[in-house]
Design a protein around this ligand. Structure first.
Ligand code: ADP
Length: 243
């Protein structure tokens, strides 16, 4: 379903990838920061293919470059070199505006600390990604109502994030990430602030979304969370650890 849908966006070419082609493909991606007279490399020569429907966990010690890699995949970071193809689009050749359109079209992001907007209700937070699209108000209402129902949070829709538990806030975070039916969910330590029961609920939700066809990439320190996925990529000092 994710690869057949016609696009409502007109500002950017959002044609779908060839069947079986990677959703995300990195070739020789480097990321560095200036340090003294030289550079400190945070990611080195990253080569990575993520196929449609995969559920990948990025693991490795603190400082290995996991979040940096996820933010490059999520088009939050454009200060890197190398090649990146997202849904068949060569990201490295695109201007910022088109990268942003691709991001809104194809990617949902889940953050460790939720990143909900405190002055918006649960309903309004979930509706936000749809407002970036050309979706009519009546259609938005029906999509948000459906997501609230599926996530069991209808009764919370008029509350503000500060009135929710951490687990409930992350449910809203995931609801917001998937409301616009992205092909890919990227999650940065999505259960890092949660108790184990709440964490399990979020991971079960990811499993369900993955079974329905959403490609998922998560950064995690948790072997329990990684066990929900189909593949682990280990980073060490900015390199993919192939040992
Ligand atoms: P991880 O998610 O694996 O813990 P990160 O991707 O957050 O690692 O960070 C990788 C490395 O990049 C760390 O060593 C971090 O200190 C470094 N780093 C991140 N941002 C900057 C920056 N603005 N300037 C210099 N180094 C940075």
């Amino acid at each position: 379903m994710f690869f057949k849908r016609a696009s409502a966006d007109s500002a950017v070419d959002v044609r779908e990838p060839e069947p079986g082609a990677p959703v995300m493909a990195l070739r020789g991606v480097d990321k560095s920061f200036p340090a003294g007279a030289g550079q400190t490399f945070v990611l080195r020569r990253i080569v990575l293919d993520i196929a449609p429907g995969e559920f990948v966990s990025i693991m490795g010690p603190s400082g290995a470059g996991k979040s940096t890699l996820l933010h490059i995949l999520g088009l939050h970071d454009s200060a890197w070199s190398g090649e990146y193809s997202l849904m068949g689009h060569t990201v490295h050749t695109l201007p910022a505006k088109e990268r942003s359109a691709l991001q809104k079209r194809h990617i949902g992001f889940v953050f460790q600390s939720y990143h909900l907007l405190d002055n918006l209700t649960v309903y309004e937070n979930i509706e936000l990604p749809l407002s970036y699209r050309d979706v009519k108000k009546s259609e938005r209402q029906s999509i948000v109502a459906d997501v609230l129902d599926r996530f069991g949070i209808v009764a919370k829709k008029d509350l503000y994030p500060s009135q929710l538990s951490g687990g409930q806030q992350q449910l809203v975070g995931v609801a917001r990430a998937i409301v616009a039916s992205p092909a890919v969910i990227l999650a940065d330590e999505p259960t890092g602030n949660l108790h184990s029961g709440q964490a399990q609920e979020i991971m079960e939700l990811f499993r369900h979304l993955n079974q329905q066809g959403t490609t998922i990439v998560q950064v995690t320190h948790s072997e329990t969370n990684a066990a929900y996925g189909s593949r682990v990529i280990r980073l060490r000092d900015g390199f993919i650890d192939l040992s």
